[in-house]
Design a protein around this ligand. Sequence first.
Ligand SMILES: Cc1cc2nc3c(=O)[nH]c(=O)nc-3n(C[C@H](O)[C@H](O)[C@H](O)COP(=O)(O)OP(=O)(O)OC[C@H]3O[C@@H](n4cnc5c(N)ncnc54)[C@H](O)[C@@H]3O)c2cc1C
Ligand SMILES: *[C@@H]1O[C@H](CO)[C@@H](O)[C@H](O)[C@H]1NC(C)=O
Length: 511
Amino acid sequence: MEAPLILLPPPSLLSIFRSWHYTSFMFLMNLLLAATATAVALANPTEELNSCLGHILTHRENIAVSGETFYQRWVNRYNLDIPVTPAAVTFPRSSQQVAAVVKCAAENGFPVQPKSGGHGYGNHCLGGTDGAVVVDLKYLQQFSMNRKNWQATIGAGTLLGVVTKQLHNAGRRAMSHGTCHEVGSGGHFTIGGFGPTSRQFGTALDHVVEAEVVLANSSIVRVSDSENQDVFWAIKGAASGFGIVTEFKVRTEPEPTTAVQYTYSLKVGTPKEQAALFKRWQTQVANPRLTRRFASTLTVLEHGIVITGTFFGTKEEYDTLNMDTQFPGAIGSTISIHGWLGLVTHWAERLVLDWIGGIPSFFYAKSCAWTPEDLMSSETIDRLFDLIATAKKGTLAWFLLFDLQGGRTNEIPTGATSYAHRDVLIWMQTYTINLFRPISQTQRDFLGQVNTLVTGNERPYAAYPGYVDPSLEHGAEAYWGENLPRLRRIKARIDPKNVFRNPQSPLPAEI
Ligand SMILES: Cc1cc2nc3c(=O)[nH]c(=O)nc-3n(C[C@H](O)[C@H](O)[C@H](O)COP(=O)(O)OP(=O)(O)OC[C@H]3O[C@@H](n4cnc5c(N)ncnc54)[C@H](O)[C@@H]3O)c2cc1C
Ligand SMILES: *[C@@H]1O[C@H](CO)[C@@H](O)[C@H](O)[C@H]1NC(C)=O
């Protein structure tokens, strides 16, 4: 380490100085030091870190360190149930500045996590536990479209809502992604990224053809199928443990233009009626001949069951699916939507109705999955709805979501990207939410009971790494399955000191 040149005041004082005349402050400090001609050694790694960051990001809006007034506002936790305090939050404006921040953190022994939309469930973008250096990518929102091959270049701080608009404006193009506008491309394109079009186009990360990545040794590299292939493979499913993607290059598709949005709902109902509806839905989505233009989600909530989804086609085509006869007892409605932007807006609005969407709250979530060979038996479905009718849930705000996957996502080999769960036909996500108080043990236990019942504890456990469950034991195994050993070998080579980490990221393989 070089001998430090300046002595920094306590953080609170520092923030005052930063807000005005930082440069003249530095000038005065240097004068002062020159006058006394004594370089004072910095006492601890935190001061070393702050000093290092202070040299590369000098403006008030580019860095905030723990202890400052309003620090919590800069941290802005999405899941209020996980109280995490990072060592520093930085807002670099270029890949070079991202690399410089990584260097400061790594040299002083701090873990690093990038933050894009900040919508991860485990607050992993803040480190997941105290003391990380956060690299907030909000200034990295460059966009361009190559109109020859329709590949788009997207800064990794761009939120999904903005991605949709930019692709539309650049030639009516689209890609697969989830339905919440506030989710970030950084966390979404690197973990999976399912949405209504993924049965046709693949997941969001299947669109990524190239990326720029800052590695643990602070070098900036391009990664693709022909350059740094291992890193490319790792960032398509597990990026947060391997580097910071600063920019994506993605394949795009012509945007779908005509769609039917359908809803079938069963208000309350007996457990038997609910189970019967679920079985009909499972049979429908498990049909191997089901068109890929059909997306579907079944949601179980306190007041009943709702089946919603999008059919990409005309109302006439939709009518040939005979949906009205599929779900007896449920009340159906459809709206035809013309134009991609209108459709994406509709999804986002629905999401806010179904769930709280963009705003921070206290919540806990779990996930698991079924392959076509391995669906829930009729008896298990009956037992599930009996459990739902009788279990203590600790809140009215709980949901079980069953999402149809399959289609294109099933054709990609398990080893093609580090995202591993290619055989999944149905994902289940379960949520329990409080607006104003921490999640209780009763709430957690309910989700635990549901998972234990539906998985029967027999099959290998699969969890979606995009729905972080911080209390999952062996999280890395559940998230990356059979791709974990290769991830750990790559980790040992490119990040042996585990600079990029959160409580569930892959550990370097032992050599
Ligand atoms: C309301 C809501 C709706 C959702 N809907 C869907 C959906 O429809 N489909 C779906 O698949 N998922 C969905 N998700 C899950 C979502 O995809 C993940 O939570 C995703 O990881 C969030 O990305 P982010 O950038 O917003 O989060 P962040 O918290 O910023 O990041 C999440 C993780 O990714 C890492 N990361 C972020 N940026 C980068 C980068 N540039 N390079 C490397 N690592 C990075 C972070 O360090 C962190 O570990 C939803 C989540 C919410 C809250
Ligand atoms: C940084 O790490 C990468 C991946 O291991 C390696 O290819 C590169 O040479 C390293 N760069 C430097 C400057 O050490």
